[in-house]
Design a protein around this ligand. Structure first.
Ligand SMILES: [Zn+2]
Length: 312
């Protein structure tokens, strides 16, 4: 086994993307930037003087309604989950995410533009070993009929079920083992979605100002309103998996375990992250050791070379 595969990764160069924030509707630029080992993922509000750093960790979460917002000292960054999912999916352990405003650009509503941004920035392997959070015993949170849990497993797996009582979005389940390739092929392109009636309500409340058919799948009672249709027949549940990958990124390191969710969302995902970190013995930080079979498995996770492949 090649021990080098277990080194932390950051970006090789800086790379920027511009777009509007989903809720503010304002143009904003986001720049991914290299960072040193063990510094994790840190958001930086570069439009402020002095700039303010907000670590992408559980303790920074200030809002989980509609999207996940992080904050510090009364300053926020909203809709962090899609860029965090892209970094986690591409196996980036350390990076600075500079944002010139209060919200990450929504791009096309998926993680694919951020995966392309990571590909443009390139990946640099650091000397420090990678750390993983291994689930040792089951942790679960519930809210009515909604469930989110982490179970011990040898791989990072996700099983997600949604049921929106809607003819197009009833009872979809998606289960998959996550590595860099499956993330890019099966999950990264799945767009956020909303119901026409909710979008109208949000617009009246001054929210989702940047929301359009360019960055979300919108459904009315029976139809998909986007002329291009869906990217996957079950794009909805795949996007919920994408969101959950972004929310689990706030654990601070890649997970070895099975995430199982039924009708969960940002709020419940965040509760699960908090409980997993707080509950003694639930999770353990592990580091790669040669000849450890567990890491032989992880060796196949997120290979650098395949990142050169374009997002389909
Ligand atoms: Zn989302």
């Amino acid at each position: 086994m090649d021990g080098q595969s277990f080194h932390q990764r950051t970006l090789k160069h800086r790379a920027s993307i511009e777009g509007v924030g989903l809720h503010t509707g304002q143009p904003v630029r986001l720049t991914l930037s290299p960072a040193c080992a063990d510094s994790g993922i840190v958001f930086v509000r570069t439009d402020l003087a002095p700039t303010l750093e907000i670590p992408a960790e559980c303790a920074s979460v200030v809002d989980t309604v509609l999207n996940t917002s992080l904050g510090r000292d009364g300053v926020r960054i909203g809709t962090v989950e899609h860029v965090l999912a892209a970094l986690a999916g591409c196996g980036i352990d350390a990076a600075r995410i500079e944002v010139e405003g209060p919200e990450v650009p929504i791009a096309d509503g998926s993680s694919a533009p951020f995966v392309q941004l990571i590909q443009r920035a390139g990946i640099h392997e650091l000397r420090a070993p990678r750390r993983f959070l291994q689930v040792r015993k089951a942790v679960a949170v519930t809210d009515g009929d909604k469930v989110a849990k982490l179970l011990p497993a040898r791989h990072f797996r996700m099983t997600y079920t949604i049921d929106f009582q809607h003819p197009l979005i009833s009872d979809q389940t998606c289960a998959l083992e996550l590595d860099g390739r499956s993330f890019r092929k099966e999950i990264a392109r799945a767009r956020t979605f909303g119901f026409k009636r909710d979008v109208e309500k949000l617009h009246r409340a001054g929210l989702a100002r940047g929301g359009s058919l360019e960055n979300a799948v919108v459904v009315d009672d029976f139809h998909i309103l986007n002329p291009e249709g869906l990217r996957f027949p079950d794009e909805f549940v795949r996007h919920k998996i994408l969101d959950a990958i972004g929310d689990l990124a706030l654990l601070g390191m890649p997970v070895i375990g099975h995430f199982v969710a039924v009708k969960s969302g940002h709020a419940l995902n965040h509760q699960l992250v908090r409980k997993a970190l707080a509950e003694g013995g639930a999770c353990e930080v592990v580091q790669p050791r040669a000849a450890d079979e567990l890491y032989a498995m992880q060796n196949s996770l997120l290979p650098v070379l395949t990142l050169e492949e374009q997002v389909a």
